[in-house]
Design a protein. Sequence first.
Length: 146
Amino acid sequence: MELLEITKILLGAKKEKSLSFADLETIVGRDEVWIAAVFYRQASASQEEAEKIVFALGLGPDAAEALTECPLKGLGPVVPTDPLIYRFYEIMQVYGMPLKAIIHEKFGDGIMSAIDFILDVEKEKNPKGDRVIVTMNGKFLPYNKW
């Protein structure tokens, strides 16, 4: 996946300032995953949020303007090649139908919203190797009948 120029600028400034996405969460008042989505142009910020981000990074108003634009979302039509991103693709290949079946059993015919959605990433210490905990929390949207 080729990074957009604004993403490269944001990531470079973040590195130069030695800030983490968690640091920016405190500054902006939004979740670190959402802020990362703004960096990678998968979400758009309000003017106020964009100004907080670029101020923390020491960037100018042009960068803030770019963050308020509605992005073109998604990875593209190809299977992801980055190993970490591919694992999520693999998880859906293996567990997608079981997840769908269980969601339908519990909720009925519908989908989980990716718009009314919260994504959280936590680290769990484990003597056998640290664990990644990913929580996806989306509103259930039933299909309409007409």
